[in-house]
Design a protein around this ligand. Structure first.
Ligand SMILES: [Zn+2]
Ligand SMILES: [Zn+2]
Ligand SMILES: [Zn+2]
Ligand SMILES: [Zn+2]
Ligand SMILES: [Zn+2]
Length: 223
């Protein structure tokens, strides 16, 4: 498993092994691509895929990330497990499977009920999508996506592909893919309600005034 020597995520673990090349991740890479947060706990660390550098919280990723590999054992995300890279290097982005809910290929994808792939993030954000294994966030089932949602054009990537979500501001119809919105740094929040968690995203125009856009380095934004 690769660990960062510069951020708290893996402080010094790689450096302890003299033969291991110390690896420093970019600040942004240390944020979980699913929830966007960089905080972590001992029992919910941010782990990195040794093939595609995906960074996820153990709990956010669910099944497949519950146990941290010991020592030099690598950890691979489900996509990399299913599509091992060739001996001569990494995947090219195009060899990664497409998400059925958005046009973006990087990120944390899990299998769908029909054997295709979808982002955990898309499954969480798009209404009408569920996980058959809810706790493991596995086996994504797009059972009830509203047909009108499938026809929405993303205001960010300008593509009509998969399913968009819409700005939460009253009467704003701006549509975007959840992953596009995360990459663009839109305001995306979880709100605890009585018996569920509401996910709310806002377009750039309706970003609540109190929230400063997080400073992010341009190249490194992953979600
Ligand atoms: Zn997370
Ligand atoms: Zn991977
Ligand atoms: Zn997606
Ligand atoms: Zn988009
Ligand atoms: Zn809006």
């Amino acid at each position: 498993m690769s660990v960062c020597v510069e951020c708290p995520t893996g402080s010094g673990l790689a450096a302890e092994d003299a033969s291991a090349e110390p690896i420093a991740c970019f600040e942004d890479l240390a944020c979980c691509t699913i929830c966007g947060e960089g905080d972590w706990e001992d029992d919910n660390q941010i782990i990195f895929c040794d093939s595609c550098d995906l960074a996820v919280h153990q709990v956010c990723y669910g099944a497949g990330a519950r146990n941290i590999p010991q020592g030099d054992e690598p950890w691979y995300c489900d996509v990399c497990k299913a599509h091992p890279r060739r001996a001569n290097g990494r995947h090219s982005t195009n060899s990664r499977p497409a998400c059925i809910l958005c046009p973006n290929r990087d990120g944390a994808l899990k299998r769908t009920t029909d054997g295709r792939w979808a982002h955990i993030m898309c499954a969480l954000w798009v209404p009408g999508v569920q996980f058959l294994d809810a706790e493991g966030r596995d086996i994504i089932h797009p059972y009830g996506i509203n047909h009108e949602r499938l026809g929405l054009l993303c205001s960010i990537c300008k593509k009509q592909h998969g399913a968009c979500i819409q700005c939460k501001a009253p009467r704003c119809l701006t549509a975007f893919h959840a992953t596009c919105a995360r990459m663009k740094g839109f305001h995306m929040v979880e709100r605890e309600r009585d018996d569920y968690v509401a996910l709310e995203a806002y377009c750039e125009k309706h970003r609540p005034a109190s929230t400063q856009k997080k400073k992010r380095r341009k190249r490194d934004i992953k979600w």
